[in-house]
Design a protein around this ligand. Structure first.
Ligand code: ADP
Ligand code: MG
Length: 511
């Protein structure tokens, strides 16, 4: 039920002020409705407050001060209450009109302003046009209204948001991992999208396993699985390309040259031969084929990197391959977890690059018809600045290419980071859906304000004060950014649990 919150006292353009009803709370970021005269409804967001009193003038303040003792303490509370009580003091909320719904129930951008003294209410089920826009098919949380949480679900529309890229930003402990889990379970529930998560801390499986559809909709890969839940990740020699190795560090001109030459000569067998031939033989072979004499140190560096990756990523002659299986699972709309905790940073970089590149190649190679039937896939990249910082993006690595090209092919990136200021501007400006959680650093908040397409400047107060599990959701297809309490994963799961069997009768309760 809508609650009465106050009355409009001033409006100019899209700016409105209203006096808050004395017994009501209105907080930074609350979305409220002003009821117009012809059943039209104006949606506003409160972003600041001022308190006014007939005592606000210099004389008034001076008079009140004279009622305090020499330590600034109230000498006579009753007398002071008399002066301050009643309707001498009002709290005025400053708000911005976001959009409005006309008599036909159509949601429109602001066209006019509401009249003086119209009633201001909290949102309720009646505001269905507005709520539909915020609901989405991938539910994330509930609409927040000041300190309370409303029973109004908020989420994103996967078909609009995924290929337009997503950013999840928040300081450690603000609730990013919980949000990824909630998003993953909504994806599992929906069956319309694939989700590839690079799980840097191996933290997702144990929670996602609580989802009742886990058997059908979740696949886990690990290069060295400790139990049967995860599939062993393997790569065949021919699947690896020189670029996958180059992602793992910096190389001299000579090393790059040697690597590409070896690939040109040996083609898909390049890695196998580098590993199997002696350095001296390789130098000789290169000299014979290209006329160039490479230094044995150059070859050794490449050999050593290949050796490490071969061991770590199970690169071998393979009968069964995991890559085609992963690609198929993704396009069928599953959640694929790739656990990375037990491999080195270099291995992690190689593996994430390898998979992302293959996914991009696979999707970009589809003809029109195949494109229609494959589901959109979102790639979740944690601590993303390691891959999408300014330097990395300048090198146009696969993640930079995913950000700039993927949407054409029905793919999208979900960039997760605690320090958005470390990401390249080119990446930030491409993220059309932002989940902004608590960010302790002013520099990070400033960066998002500067780069975000939605004008979130007015939500500065609110963003500064976000608690754990709270966020601002800004997406380009929604008219405004919404304050959201993200579901706590464990509570969200309760909704999906199968009804318990009655221990006495042994039957399921009727639903
Ligand atoms: N939406 C939420 N509601 C309630 N508690 C939450 C929520 N999100 C996170 N938390 C709590 O905060 C802690 C840190 O969350 P986490 O998702 O691990 O943060 P991050 O990944 O940003 O470091 C978790 O232990 C969790 O219990
Ligand atoms: Mg985390």
């Amino acid at each position: 039920m809508a609650q009465y919150k106050g009355r409009l006292t001033y409006a100019k353009g899209t700016y409105v002020e209203f006096v808050v009803a004395p017994n009501q709370d209105v907080d930074f970021g609350d979305i409220l409705v002003v009821e117009g005269q012809n059943q039209d409804r104006f949606y506003i967001r409160a972003y600041d407050f001022k308190v006014k009193s007939r005592w606000s003038g210099l004389n008034g303040v001076g008079y009140l001060m004279s009622k305090l003792d020499e330590n600034g303490q109230v000498a006579n509370q009753e007398e002071l209450d008399f002066y301050l009580g009643g309707n001498h003091t009002v709290k005025i909320a400053m708000a911005e009109q976001l959009c409005y719904v006309d008599q036909q129930g159509q949601l429109l951008n602001p066209k006019t302003c509401p009249n003086f003294f119209c009633e201001v209410h909290s949102l309720s089920g009646e505001d269905s046009a507005l709520l539909d826009e915020m609901k989405g098919d991938l539910e994330i949380g509930l609409l927040k209204s000041g300190r309370s949480v409303m029973d109004l679900p908020v989420g994103i529309y996967g078909n609009k948001a995924i290929t337009e890229h997503i950013g999840i930003f928040g300081t450690t402990g603000s609730g990013k991992s919980n949000l990824v889990k909630v998003l993953a379970s909504s994806v599992m529930q929906s069956d319309h999208y694939g989700l590839l998560i690079f799980d840097v801390h191996n933290e997702y499986y144990k929670d996602l396993a609580l989802h009742p559809l886990v058997k059908d909709r979740l696949a886990i890969y690990n290069t060295n699985p400790v139990n049967e839940t995860a599939t062993k990740f393997k790569i065949a020699y021919e699947e690896i390309e020189p670029d996958d190795i180059l992602a793992c560090g910096s190389f001299t001109e000579a090393q790059l040259d040697a690597l590409y030459k070896m690939h040109a000569i040996w083609q898909e067998n390049w890695m196998k031969y580098i590993l199997n031939y002696d350095t001296a033989d390789i130098v000789e072979e290169l000299s014979g084929s290209t006329g160039q004499k490479f230094n044995s140190r150059t070859i050794n560096k490449i050999k050593s990197l290949c050796w490490n990756l071969e061991k770590e990523l199970n690169i071998a002659e393979q009968q069964e391959r995991t890559l085609p299986q992963i690609l198929q699972e993704l396009e069928l709309g599953k959640v694929v977890l790739v656990e990375l905790k037990n491999i080195s940073p270099v291995g992690e970089q190689a593996l994430s690059t390898f998979l992302s590149k293959k996914l991009l190649q696979h999707y970009s190679g589809k003809d029109e018809q195949a494109k229609m039937s494959a589901k959109p896939v979102l790639v979740v990249l944690e601590e993303a600045h390691r891959f999408l910082g300014k330097k990395e993006v300048a090198n146009n690595n696969v993640f930079a290419r995913l950000v700039s090209e993927a949407r054409k092919f029905n793919l999208g990136m979900c960039v997760v980071d605690q320090q958005p200021r470390l990401l390249a501007d080119k990446v930030l400006s491409q993220l059309n859906t932002l989940f902004i959680l608590g960010l302790a650093s002013k520099a990070d908040r400033g960066k998002l304000e500067a780069m975000c397409r939605k004008d979130i400047l007015q939500q500065r107060n609110e963003i500064k004060n976000l608690d754990c599990g709270e966020m601002i959701l800004a997406t380009n297809y929604m008219r405004f950014a919404a304050p959201v309490k993200i579901h706590k994963f464990e509570n969200f799961m309760e909704r999906f649990q199968l009804p318990a069997v009655n221990p006495l009768t042994g039957v399921l309760p009727l639903s």
